[in-house]
Write a protein that binds this ligand. Structure first.
Ligand code: ACO
Length: 278
């Protein structure tokens, strides 16, 4: 039985150090209302530094991952209240997507169904993404008369080649999980029946890695894209040295287990992070 947020818009289970978080408005196809955005931020806060959470997976209850922003509660009702309400709702939505982009723990989007518009924010916020072949992705904004805002255009341009991004944004046509994987919106597409097992296997691999190195790595991948080569080189030196101050022994143990103990090969898998240097 999953735990749910006070208003029930998000749900989660923690199993074997993986937090399985769900959008939980299946009757509304998990579209993002202000309440959901608030409750998701609260849940991310609550889970981020728990010792029993090593990886966070974001999926959706029912047939949908997320049908984007709630057109009634997020757009219409806030617009009726005025600019302040609109900006406040934007801050809450964009806020938790930003938290995801820089989350302490590795994050995986498990896209089980519909993924529209505003859903691209948390999709990109997750470090990795796996979709069901049966999932449906679309920038449907153009179909109801707006541009793909809330970062969705940026996500398309970050993840897709220019022509595909333009077509995707302008045409309002949907693609399935397989096409999303071919285009690079997600890492892989798998039949829905095997999706959770595949994501669990990926999470299990991540759980074996040094968590300080994982956080440094995921931040580096997001940061260096907008740097010159020289700036990236410098940033990566500083980032590793900063990571060393959080975990001064990890990499030494990694070298020792390979060079001295000969208990593993880094080219073939991770060192045993539970064994500490003598
Ligand atoms: N905003 C508000 N309500 C929504 C949304 C949404 N984004 N998506 C679904 N719902 C509601 C429906 O209004 C309906 O409510 P009701 O039961 O009170 O009538 C309920 O969820 C179920 O939706 P159906 O349309 O009946 O479900 P169906 O499975 O037939 O279709 C689909 C699913 C294709 C996802 C459809 O609901 C849809 O097109 N939703 C909108 C998708 C979209 O364009 N989202 C906005 C993207 S742009 C942005 O995010 C900025």
């Amino acid at each position: 039985m999953s735990e749910t947020s006070p208003h029930g818009t998000v749900a989660y289970d923690i199993v074997d150090n993986v937090a399985w978080v769900k959008f939980n408005r299946p009757e509304k196809r998990n579209c993002m209302s202000p309440t959901l955005n608030r409750e998701m931020m609260d849940l991310l806060d609550a889970l981020e530094f728990r010792d029993d959470v090593g990886v966070l997976v974001l999926s959706g209850e029912g047939t949908s991952w997320s049908a984007g922003m709630d057109l009634k509660e997020y757009f219409r009702e806030n617009e009726a209240k005025g600019l302040g309400a609109t900006r406040g709702a934007q801050r809450e939505a964009y806020g938790w997507w930003r938290r995801l982009r820089w989350y302490q723990k590795p994050t995986i989007a498990m896209v089980n169904g519909w993924c529209f518009g505003g859903g691209y924010g948390p999709l990109f916020g997750c470090d990795l993404a796996f979709a069901a072949d049966e999932a449906t992705f679309g920038l449907s904004e153009i179909n109801w008369g707006i541009l793909p805002g809330g970062g969705a255009t940026k996500v398309a341009v970050e993840l897709l080649p220019f022509r595909k991004a333009m077509y995707h944004a302008m045409m309002g046509e949907n693609i399935d999980g397989k096409t999303a994987a071919e285009w690079g919106l997600v890492n892989e597409s798998i039949p829905l029946a095997g999706l959770k097992d595949r994501v669990a296997a990926v999470a299990a691999v991540l759980l074996q890695k040094n968590p300080v190195a994982l956080k440094a790595t995921k931040d580096a991948v997001r940061r260096v894209g907008e740097m010159t080569y020289d700036n990236a080189e410098d940033y990566l030196i500083r980032a590793q040295e900063a990571a060393n101050s959080f975990d001064s022994e990890g990499r030494k143990e990694g070298i020792k287990q390979f060079i001295d103990d000969k208990t593993y090969k880094p080219g073939l898998g991770a060192y045993d992070k539970n064994r500490k240097a003598d």
